[in-house]
Design a protein around this ligand. Sequence first.
Ligand code: BEZ
Length: 210
Amino acid sequence: MGLQLGDIAPDFTADTTAGEIGFREWKSGSWAVLFSHPADFTPVCTTELGRVAQLKAEWAARGAKPIALSVDSVADHNNWIPDIDAVNETTVDYPIIADPDKKVAELYGMIHPNEGDTSSVRSVFIIDPADKVRLTLTYPKSVGRNFDEILRALDALQLTDRAAVSTPVDWRKGDRVIVPPTVSTEDAKAKFGDVDEVKPYLRFVAAPEA
Ligand code: BEZ
């Protein structure tokens, strides 16, 4: 069985485009978004890694550090980065892990042999400041991810940690939120103000203050 939500994200040491890093030391108590891609110099990956670079200010605003991985070498990553920068009019300045021996990819279950070959699929792990795996996503090689959704999920994780609420379908920052079943309506009113009780089990309150 692969990594599950709530597991402690395994630590590792790896060569990256930013030199050798120890994952936990590099992360140093921040949120991290560890994501794998199948191969350098491939089309979908070129758009994905560029988008992550374009979102630099968004990761920083959330105290989150992105880090990419593929089973290619540091030399290949470094040769590819100018293409990503040029195509996406950005600067890739987050680390890309080189994992030619698949040590990290296997540790995190990023290799899905039924997906064509033994390169990594498009995995995403959102890891919290306490090094817990909080969200995982797995996309096939042919489907590019939506990093706006990953930011949205990060917002929801950070809000629900802070305010003990839940987020409804398609929630976005600032939208109303759901009172969890474990909280009484009376307590929710005291804590959040007005409660919109659509059903006894479906109660909304305004977005809590940041
Ligand atoms: C791509 O990035 O386009 C890609 C890479 C590996 C397999 C399929 C697509």
